[in-house]
Design a binder for this molecule. Structure first.
Ligand SMILES: Cc1cc2nc3c(=O)[nH]c(=O)nc-3n(C[C@H](O)[C@H](O)[C@H](O)COP(=O)(O)OP(=O)(O)OC[C@H]3O[C@@H](n4cnc5c(N)ncnc54)[C@H](O)[C@@H]3O)c2cc1C
Length: 118
């Protein structure tokens, strides 16, 4: 175990959130960053065990921060994978109505999401 007694930035949790923040800070010139992780390795919880889907943000409230950040994150994560040569399976998404009652919702979704889908 490496023990440091001083740092400029302390990040608790070595999942994708903590590691992404650390990476962003490094790219902005912050060097003395300490990540504290309670497990023996990084990404031990949700970040290392999720379904691996890059969500398109189409089911979130249109123009909400959540929808906008999701679309932007989707684009950035794809760029990152391509840059690092990481496997990216771009299957797209098919959304169907199960019956005619769902058609109005489907038209609404199409109207709101056509400019969001990458
Ligand atoms: C089953 C499942 C499937 C999912 N599928 C997807 C998907 O397909 N696409 C998608 O985008 N998202 C998906 N998610 C959501 C996504 O995985 C999470 O939003 C994301 O991983 C959260 O990252 P995080 O770094 O915030 O949390 P975590 O990955 O949980 O990291 C938190 C870290 O903090 C550490 N920690 C906690 N307390 C302390 C402490 N006191 N001291 C030190 N360390 C501590 C933990 O050990 C952990 O490593 C899924 C989630 C789950 C559970």
């Amino acid at each position: 175990m490496v023990v440091h007694d001083k740092c400029e930035v302390l990040i608790i949790g070595g999942g994708i959130t903590g590691l992404t923040i650390a990476r962003e800070l490094l790219m902005r010139g912050v060097e003395n960053i300490l990540i504290v992780e309670k497990e023996g390795y990084l990404g031990a919880h949700a970040s290392g065990r999720n379904s691996g889907v890059l969500h398109a943000g189409i089911f979130y409230t249109p123009d909400s921060f959540r929808a906008r950040f999701c679309v932007e994150g989707n684009r950035l994560m794809k760029d990152f994978c391509r840059m690092k040569g990481l496997k990216l399976n771009e299957t797209g998404k098919v959304i169907v109505a199960k019956d005619s009652n769902e058609l109005d919702g489907l038209y609404d979704l199409n109207k709101h999401s056509s400019d969001m889908i990458d």
